[in-house]
Design a protein around this ligand. Structure first.
Ligand SMILES: *[C@@H]1O[C@H](CO)[C@@H](O)[C@H](O)[C@H]1NC(C)=O
Ligand SMILES: *[C@@H]1O[C@H](CO)[C@@H](O)[C@H](O)[C@H]1NC(C)=O
Ligand SMILES: *[C@@H]1O[C@H](CO)[C@@H](O)[C@H](O)[C@H]1NC(C)=O
Ligand SMILES: *[C@@H]1O[C@H](CO)[C@@H](O)[C@H](O)[C@H]1NC(C)=O
Ligand SMILES: *[C@@H]1O[C@H](CO)[C@@H](O)[C@H](O)[C@H]1NC(C)=O
Ligand SMILES: *[C@@H]1O[C@H](CO)[C@@H](O)[C@H](O)[C@H]1NC(C)=O
Ligand SMILES: *[C@@H]1O[C@H](CO)[C@@H](O)[C@H](O)[C@H]1NC(C)=O
Ligand SMILES: *[C@@H]1O[C@H](CO)[C@@H](O)[C@H](O)[C@H]1NC(C)=O
Ligand SMILES: *[C@@H]1O[C@H](CO)[C@@H](O)[C@H](O)[C@H]1NC(C)=O
Ligand SMILES: [Cu+2]
Length: 586
């Protein structure tokens, strides 16, 4: 058994984990100085981004979380399948109550049957802006389905916020405020030289490369808001993995990575030995959607033997890549459309045949009256607030007990805590993707959002049920895309399209041969995406949009998966030190 600290040359101290490792993450508030301002932020082990968790497939990971922050915290291991360990999933009020200030909790889980890049982040909730880090799972055999890269490089795209995030969260929960924006974008915690103040220029992330060598860039989008395009001037990528699943190698010069997604690419250092910018640029739908500032961070790829100043064939300035337009969302559509999986996955046969459950989920926005009043003024009035919904129900996070604890306390099929069924389809069909329905911000016409309601919703699936979900983005949610994330399972992405989903036309286009396996699907703006998975992991699994303001506004539900007939298909009882809601002081 070996464990130790390793400083990889790119960013932060990592924890190397073989077999079993006990490691500590200490959550604390500290000041960090950027853009001429000290900002109080919540960090793990004083680092932004937080430390890497590095493991080998099949390992058991044990993490002691010490919470010295003033907030209740949970940590979600994003994309870790958590087979039979739903209690350790770290979804606040879904699988546990928060770890209270000055208390600790130990997460234990296995990383079995997955290889590649995942990440961890706080799941209560907005604090994940600074509480996140990469998870790297390397193959046990040491061999990849492609030539072993010379080096692994985490590339974590983040945002730097100079606001009180708890207040921002409150604003989101009360309908969203377009003034609540980050101060800038970051690559591995660095804002880069596009950001400066009073003559002081922010540091770039610098990647030193050796000519002829192949680097695996492990991209993580950890931001609260936007999908990002990523390019390196003068270089191409071969996409080899997404969400800790290998994909059929796909060559491109631009990567699109949505919040919650991870993309692994190989980059050969085969350009003349100069300096090249790597750029992360946020995209956004065009007007009439309300516009936020352009967020762009850049780092530098520097060849070891490159002359720093003029000399040889290099220009003085590093070369800038030509980025897609910030309003060009088609580049994302094509990038995601070109991802396909390796056809060897054993679950593939199961989803090719009979489907047990069909869900068609419209992702939209409505309004509710404040203070439970039966009627009120809408259309931007103070009497109502805007909320996001799935099939016209906006998710209400339980307050007294976690869903999983309630499940444990209830007999097999009993109802609990007034949890309602998420409808299988939108209660009323309308032209979901008609741009005329895009609510326009103040200054234009007032928002006219229909009434909706808030409830804690769930769908219950029999053990091993084959589930199909079609997500429909709607114009009521502005014309945003929606990165939908499921806990506890990977799913196959069968198809995506623009406009309204139409089964008579679209089912025949499903890819049942080599679909990509993911935990997050980017549902295109004014479009749809279809997924299937086998509900084989008992527990209560959060399913939500990974845009922070959408989840804060209620775009979420829970998928409950029944225990199977045998012990190794049954969720064990909770760990004895699990923070119980009954012990919480509010
Ligand atoms: C950052 O500091 C500058 C100079 O002190 C100040 O003008 C600016 O308002 C600050 N920005 C934020 C977001 O606090
Ligand atoms: C995780 O792996 C360990 C070691 O193989 C095993 O003892 C344990 O039961 C596994 N845990 C789960 C939840 O499968
Ligand atoms: C946590 O402990 C520290 C140090 O003992 C103390 O200053 C702080 O008030 C405690 N926080 C809470 C929320 O109890
Ligand atoms: C929250 O909304 C209020 C009211 O619109 C606004 O004044 C404030 O700047 C917003 N953000 C924060 C962090 O409070
Ligand atoms: C500061 O940033 C602005 C805007 O990106 C840029 O025009 C200017 O040249 C920068 N100044 C320095 C000193 O880098
Ligand atoms: C500079 O470019 C020329 C012509 O492309 C090439 O022959 C030469 O090897 C290059 N020199 C360096 C140092 O890369
Ligand atoms: C793959 O990308 C190419 C070029 O961007 C695009 O023309 C094509 O439609 C994409 N394929 C899919 C299935 O999306
Ligand atoms: C939905 O709206 C779009 C855009 O206005 C329009 O092109 C399309 O025909 C409409 N579809 C239906 C079924 O009315
Ligand atoms: C949503 O439900 C409300 C009642 O809660 C109803 O008034 C409204 O018409 C429904 N809207 C849609 C789009 O189904
Ligand atoms: Cu969303």
């Amino acid at each position: 058994m070996v464990n130790g600290l390793l400083f990889d040359d790119c960013c932060s101290a990592g924890l190397v984990i073989f077999l079993t490792t006990v490691t500590s993450l200490e959550v604390k508030q500290e000041n960090m100085r950027h853009l001429c301002n000290d900002t109080l932020v919540t960090l793990v082990n004083g680092q932004f981004p937080g430390p890497a968790v590095e493991a080998t497939e099949g390992d058991t990971v044990i993490v002691h979380l010490v919470n010295e922050s003033p907030y209740g915290i949970t940590i979600h291991w994003h994309g870790v399948k958590q087979r039979l360990s739903c209690w350790d999933d770290g979804a606040g009020m879904i699988t546990q109550c928060p770890i209270q200030p000055n208390t600790t909790f130990t997460y234990r889980f296995n990383v079995t049957g997955q290889e590649g890049t995942l990440w961890w982040h706080a799941h209560v909730s907005i604090l994940r802006a600074t509480l996140h880090g990469i998870i790297i799972i390397r193959p046990k055999s040491g061999s990849y389905p492609f030539q072993k890269p010379h080096m692994d490089i985490p590339v974590i795209i983040g945002e730097w916020w100079q606001r009180d995030l708890m207040k921002v969260d409150k604003n989101f929960s009360n309908g969203g405020h377009f003034s609540d924006n980050p101060a800038g974008a970051t690559i591995n915690g660095k804002l880069g030289d596009l950001y400066n103040c009073s003559g002081f220029v922010e540091d770039n992330f610098v990647l030193n490369v050796e000519q002829g060598k192949t680097y695996m860039l492990r991209l993580v989008n950890a931001v609260l808001f936007s999908e990002y395009y990523f390019k390196v001037a003068g270089h191409k990528f071969t996409v080899v993995g997404a969400d800790a699943n290998y994909v059929k190698p796909y060559t491109t010069d631009v990567v699109a990575v949505a919040p919650g997604e991870t993309i692994d690419v190989l980059m050969v250092a085969d350009a003349p030995p100069c300096r090249y910018y790597m750029v992360a640029l946020a995209n956004q739908p065009p007007a009439p959607d309300p516009q936020i500032p352009v967020f762009m961070s850049r780092g530098v790829v520097q060849y070891n033997n490159a002359p720093i100043n003029v000399g040889g064939n290099c220009t003085k300035e590093a070369l800038m890549p030509e980025m897609p337009d910030q309003h060009d969302t088609l580049a994302s559509f094509y990038f995601h459309g070109n991802l396909s999986g390796l056809p060897s996955n054993p679950l593939l046969a199961q989803i090719q045949g009979h489907v047990d459950e069909h869900l068609y989920i419209a992702l939209g926005k409505g309004s509710i009256c404040k203070g439970n009043k039966p009627s009120c003024k809408r259309g931007g009035s103070d009497e109502s607030i805007e909320v996001a919904y799935m099939n016209n129900v906006s998710f209400h996070l339980p307050e007294k007990m976690s869903i999983l604890e309630a499940r444990q306390n209830t007999k097999a099929n009993g109802a609990f805590m007034g949890v309602q069924d998420l409808p299988s389809q939108p209660p009323r069909s309308f032209n979901f993707t008609d741009p005329a329905l895009i609510p326009v911000v103040p200054g234009g016409k007032l928002e006219e959002l229909e009434a909706t309601r808030k409830a804690t919703t769930m769908r219950r699936f029999a053990h091993n049920a084959v589930v199909e979900v079609v997500f429909q983005s709607t114009a009521t949610m502005q014309s945003d895309s929606n990165p939908m994330h499921l806990h506890g399972h990977d799913f196959f992405v069968l198809a995506q399209g623009h406009g309204n989903y139409n089964p008579a036309r679209d089912v025949s286009g499903y890819n049942l041969v080599d679909p990509a396996l993911k935990n997050t699907v980017q549902v295109p703006r004014l479009g749809w995406a279809a997924i299937r998975f086998v509900a084989d992991n008992p527990g209560a699994w959060f399913m939500h949009c990974h845009f922070e303001f959408h989840i804060a506004m209620g775009m979420a539900t829970v998928f409950e998966v029944a225990n199977g007939p045998t012990l190794d298909e049954t969720l064990p009882p909770p760990p004895s030190d699990l923070p119980k809601c009954t012990n919480m002081k509010e």
